[in-house]
Design a protein around this ligand. Structure first.
Ligand SMILES: NC(=O)c1ccc[n+]([C@@H]2O[C@H](COP(=O)([O-])OP(=O)(O)OC[C@H]3O[C@@H](n4cnc5c(N)ncnc54)[C@H](OP(=O)(O)O)[C@@H]3O)[C@@H](O)[C@H]2O)c1
Length: 153
């Protein structure tokens, strides 16, 4: 199994360090692939032809995101759209990570993936936007491509 891991942070390093040896993991940190560059994402996935893409790349500076909303949305929301399209075109599977920041924090129990979202921060809202990109395309009928996913290399 060939696994392309995007990003070079905590999760990306943990995936690389714990992947069973029978699987080939190929890491692409930001210096090698900026996920905001939709064409580069498409080309990389087409060249590597992974079985799985793990999206561990994200704008995670929660406080800074309040003043850098455009950057947060570019990485956490818009870039996910091209990643979904690249994975769909290549026929590989995509692992995309959520965060507790998509919720409002008022629950007195552990959140479920089916719970109502309600982000209170730019970071949380941008992450939720990315999740919607994944859900919209993954739940779409065969052949459907939403307008935001029509990207050419
Ligand atoms: N770690 C946790 O406990 C936790 C909890 C909940 C959710 N998550 C989710 O897990 C995912 C990964 O989080 P993490 O903890 O590993 O974060 P992290 O340590 O901050 O790593 C994020 C990585 O993304 C890279 N990145 C940022 N912008 C990029 C871009 N435009 N192109 C390519 N790479 C880019 C960063 O590169 P630079 O270092 O160069 O900026 C960094 O290597 C995120 O989606 C996060 O929401 C993590």
């Amino acid at each position: 199994m060939k696994v392309l891991v995007l990003g070079g942070g905590q999760i990306a390093r943990a995936v690389g360090a714990t992947a069973p040896s029978e699987h080939q993991t190929i890491a692409r940190a930001r210096s090698e692939l900026d996920i905001v560059d939709a064409g580069a994402v498409m080309r990389t996935v087409a060249e590597i032809k992974p079985d799985w893409v793990v999206n561990a790349a994200a704008y995670t500076a929660v406080d800074l995101a309040e003043d850098q909303a455009a950057q947060a949305y570019a990485v956490n929301d818009a870039a996910v759209a091209s990643m979904v399209q690249a994975a769909a075109q290549q026929g590989c599977r995509l692992v995309h990570l959520s965060t507790d920041f998509v919720f409002d924090g008022n629950s007195n129990r552990a959140y479920l993936t089916t719970d109502q979202t309600g982000p209170l921060s730019v970071y949380g809202a941008s992450k939720l936007g990315g999740e919607h990109k994944v859900l919209e395309l993954c739940c779409a009928p065969p052949g459907y491509m939403p307008p935001w996913a029509r990207i050419s290399c």
